[in-house]
Design a protein around this ligand. Structure first.
Ligand code: PAF
Length: 280
């Protein structure tokens, strides 16, 4: 059965109040729709861990720093609801925009430090938009657990920080990146790739895998980054926003690998920005 869709905060809270009264735990999976296997794996993780599962679908204008990117973001609500059917999600929250940003909305949640680099540097204002909407979704759903993919690793760290800093009583659970058979990290943006670009896209993950092997052998980023960038560009990518080794805990920049090191990349392929990261 397709889960009921609620579009107002009042309707959402009418339902969560009943669950709370019955002492049931609530898990939330925040999404912007265009659901793929990565999202479904988050919903499954929530289903296993929580009595009740809410998936939210909201294309958040505040986190897009480019209006064309916002306009072209895929919107597939009916399909999304159908995809969630087999998982047994209890409720889909698709808030009308004024439920998130009512007239006069003037609050911005900004996480310092973690947002200065990587996607934060390349997309000014992006993480303020994410932090603001995620804070609202946490408070609106009153969930006990929230599930986020490691594919957006920086976002995961930002969300953990804001939940801790604002004393929001929610446990943020990170779940592994789900990949296509050819290694491409699943992303709603993959839908925007042409057939030709789709063939080239896995090169990003391939190069990162090779870099991981080199880093494990003791090479530093200063030895290998230039060659890796040349390979990515030679495969048809147009530009690279970053290709960096960072500490997975505080995202500080590294040259050599350490126990929590992760490799992060963002690159443009025919107008589509792809990101990926792997533990080294
Ligand atoms: O990862 C996403 O899809 C979005 O950034 C999120 C967490 C749903 C906030 O809009």
């Amino acid at each position: 059965m397709i889960a009921p869709i609620k579009r107002t905060l009042a309707d959402l809270r009418a339902q969560t109040a009943i669950w709370r009264k019955a002492d049931e735990t609530i898990g939330v999976v925040p999404t912007m729709g265009a659901l793929h296997q990565g999202h479904l794996s988050l919903a499954r993780a929530a289903r296993e861990r929580c009595d009740r599962v809410i998936v939210t679908i909201f294309v958040n204008p505040k986190q897009f720093n480019n209006p064309d990117d916002l306009d072209s973001y895929p919107r597939t609500e009916e399909d999304d609801a159908r995809k969630l059917e087999s998982i047994g999600v209890d409720l889909i929250y698709v808030p009308d925009p004024e439920q998130i940003y009512p007239d006069g909305f003037a609050t911005n949640v900004s996480v310092e430090g973690l947002t200065d680099m990587l996607c934060g540097a390349a997309r000014p204002g992006h993480f303020d938009g994410v932090a603001t909407v995620v804070s609202k979704l946490f408070l609106q759903t009153s969930a006990d657990f929230a599930f986020f993919g490691e594919k957006d690793y920086q976002q995961l760290q930002v969300v953990r920080r804001l939940a801790a800093d604002l004393d929001i009583p929610i446990e943020v659970v990170g779940c592994p990146t789900i990949r296509e058979e050819d290694g491409l990290a699943m992303s709603s943006r993959n839908l925007l790739l042409s057939d030709r670009s789709r063939i080239k896209a896995p090169v990003l993950a391939e190069v990162m895998e090779d870099m991981r092997a080199q880093l494990r052998d003791g090479d530093g980023m200063s030895d290998i980054a230039e060659d890796a960038k040349t390979r990515i560009l030679a495969a048809g990518f147009n530009d690279i926003d970053y290709l960096e080794l960072r500490d997975g805990r505080d995202l500080s920049l590294l040259d050599q690998t350490v126990p929590d090191a992760r490799l992060f990349a963002a690159a443009w392929l025919a107008g589509v920005r792809l990101i990926d990261n792997i533990a080294v």
